[in-house]
Write a protein that binds this ligand. Structure first.
Ligand code: FES
Length: 147
């Protein structure tokens, strides 16, 4: 007599219990899985991006800036001698709108005297973080910003 023969045979009732438990588990995953996927928070980058035209590149002089609202977000776009940059126009201190200072080639926040360089890095004042940067592209002479 081998060891396999020593184990009790699986009864029909036991097998049926296992099949019912497996079906219950599969049904539960099928019902709960989509609900969890729906409620799961969107990633930081987010799947949805808004891309909008902000002007003609040809008529945009170097070292000048424009503001735009893209998907409800204020954006500051500056043309430098190397191309375009787009940064959030919302100060990371308390949320005032920043301004481009052409004479200093920097970005100022009028509320509490903060300064940012054109990479969005804080160079003075109380803001705790840099200005977030957005993607800029130039297509057929038009400037587009993605937020
Ligand atoms: S809100 Fe910009 S420095 Fe305070």
């Amino acid at each position: 007599m081998s060891e396999m023969d020593a184990q009790p045979p699986v009864s029909r009732r036991s097998l049926l219990d296992h099949v019912i438990a497996l079906c219950g588990t599969v049904t539960g995953v099928a019902l709960v899985g989509p609900a969890v996927a729906y409620l799961w928070p969107v990633t930081k980058a987010g799947p949805v991006k808004s891309r909008e035209e902000v002007g003609d590149a040809a008529g945009w002089a170097p070292w000048t800036a424009r503001k735009a609202s893209i998907a409800g977000k204020p954006v500051l776009i500056v043309r430098t001698d190397k191309g375009f940059i787009a940064l959030s126009a919302v100060c990371t201190h308390l949320g005032c709108l920043v301004e481009y200072d052409a004479a200093k080639k920097a970005i100022a926040c009028p509320c509490h005297g903060a300064w940012f360089d054109l990479n969005g890095q804080v160079t003075g004042g109380p803001p705790p973080r840099p200005l977030p940067a957005y993607g800029v592209s130039e297509v057929q002479g038009k400037v587009f910003v993605s937020v």
